[in-house]
Design a protein around this ligand. Structure first.
Ligand SMILES: Nc1ncnc2c1ncn2[C@@H]1O[C@H](COP(=O)(O)OP(=O)(O)OP(=O)(O)O)[C@@H](O)[C@H]1O
Ligand SMILES: CC(=O)N[C@H]1[C@@H]2OC[C@@H](O2)[C@@H](O)[C@@H]1O[C@H](C)C(=O)O
Length: 378
């Protein structure tokens, strides 16, 4: 356990739902505040690795999941070993399945193995404890958003919006004393964001994404499809709430008869309007929306969001942050909090019964010692 308030250098790593690769970034923190940013790097998954990960999505165990875990561990070991030594690693792993009110949540990649390979302590399995205590297990970045709101010296409530495969937003009151204080944070998944657009581009054009939203910009939104999408009960459910990446498999079918451009425009509008619905749950109107995640590069999605939200919508770069690395930084920050015995989620962020610190700490040497003690061979 680290002493609360100690200044540490932590390397965070995130492998997100879009399956494009691993982001890794170093931050300096005392567990409450962001004190500085360090190096960052990205390691893409190649086509074979992506298809191994895709094949395991939605599964809870078996050979496909084991193969996916191996891909995740290898990619992280390759990327993280290129960094200078750190005090701690925060390793999110890859979510394969998420069903918090049923089977739980599964992130693959074994942090104990990674600790042996890297020689640094690794915090991992961030979501299970929250789910066991009745929480959604996601989103977990909100405690980091609170620290960032302080770091950028925000004085009024604001929203951090992540547009990844799935969208999630955090309403932050930066004047609250601490993130777990009553009313400091409200967070939840907004709905599908880039995942259905990527699936459309993949299925129809063999491309990874709608680059800069160009195809959507050339199309016309089918308002009826958007309205029918928004009538889903998920949008009426009070937050906190979270989603599995593929919870909206039917959305792609609803645009089947549209042209490529109209389908892209319609799916992009669904993502933007889902955020708009979510904004309605904010306890007080936010002063601005700061957007992180790959979707901030999608100009069409950003325009649709700004038109719907009617408050300033900017990429996080507008306040000097790095929108490609923010989630990796978040898991570095959360790792420090876990190691210091501080909470990483609370009723306002995941619906967990009480503020909880989720994560397993694995120290290098432990796994080898355990195998040695039981007489196993390495
Ligand atoms: N220039 C671009 N134009 C359009 N879309 C883009 C662009 N760059 C990134 N994206 C979209 O952003 C996605 C990647 O976003 P990001 O890395 O934030 O997702 P993730 O972290 O994997 O997902 P999540 O946050 O749901 O776990 C890409 O798959 C793509 O859909
Ligand atoms: C279960 C899971 O991995 N959820 C991810 C996913 O990707 C975006 C959204 O859905 C968010 O809930 C979460 O990731 C971010 C990093 C989070 O926990 O804050």
């Amino acid at each position: 356990m680290l002493k609360a308030g100690a200044k540490v250098r932590v390397l965070g790593a995130m492998s997100g739902t879009s399956l494009d690769g691993v982001d890794a970034a170093v931050i300096e923190t005392d567990g409450q505040n962001v004190l500085g940013f360090g190096r960052s790097a990205f390691r893409p998954y190649d086509a074979d690795e992506q298809s191994i990960l895709r094949a395991a999505l939605g599964q809870w165990g078996g050979p496909a999941v084991e193969a996916a875990a191996e891909v995740v561990e290898t990619a992280h070991a390759e990327l993280l070993s290129q960094f200078d030594p750190v005090d701690l690693v925060g390793f999110h792993g890859q979510t394969l399945a998420h069903d918090p009110s049923g089977q739980g949540t599964l992130q693959v990649g074994d942090g104990a193995i990674l600790a042996e390979v890297l020689g640094w302590p690794v915090v991992w399995d961030f979501r299970s404890a929250d789910v066991k205590l009745g929480g959604e297990g996601a989103p977990l970045a909100p405690f980091y958003h609170f620290a960032l709101a302080r770091y950028v010296k925000a004085r009024e409530p604001l929203v951090f919006l992540n547009l990844g495969g799935v969208g999630n937003l955090t309403w932050v009151d930066p004047t609250a004393e601490k993130p777990e204080a009553d009313g400091a944070l409200l967070a939840f998944d907004t709905g599908p964001a880039n995942a259905p657009i990527n699936d459309l581009m993949h299925g129809r054009r063999g491309q990874d994404r709608d680059q800069d939203g160009a195809l959507a910009a050339a199309g016309t939104v089918d308002d009826q499809i958007v309205a029918s999408f928004l009538s889903h009960r998920f949008f009426h459910r009070m937050p906190p709430k979270s989603l599995d990446r593929d919870a909206w498999g039917s959305l792609i079918h609803s645009v089947e008869t549209l042209s490529d451009a109209d389908a892209a425009a319609t799916l992009t509008a669904c993502a933007a309007q889902a955020v708009h619905e979510g904004l309605g749950f904010c306890p007080r109107p936010p002063s601005r929306i700061l957007v992180t995640g790959g979707g901030r590069h999608n100009t069409t999605m950003m325009k649709m969001l700004a038109a719907a939200a009617q408050i300033p919508v900017d990429p996080v770069e507008a306040v000097g942050l790095d929108g490609d690395m923010l989630e990796a930084q978040a898991f570095a920050f959360l790792a420090a909090r876990v190691a210091m015995g501080l909470p990483t989620s609370c009723p306002g962020t995941t619906g967990v019964r009480a503020a909880v610190g989720g994560g397993t700490v694995s120290r290098p040497g432990t796994l080898l010692a355990a195998v040695g003690a039981s007489g196993g061979d390495i």
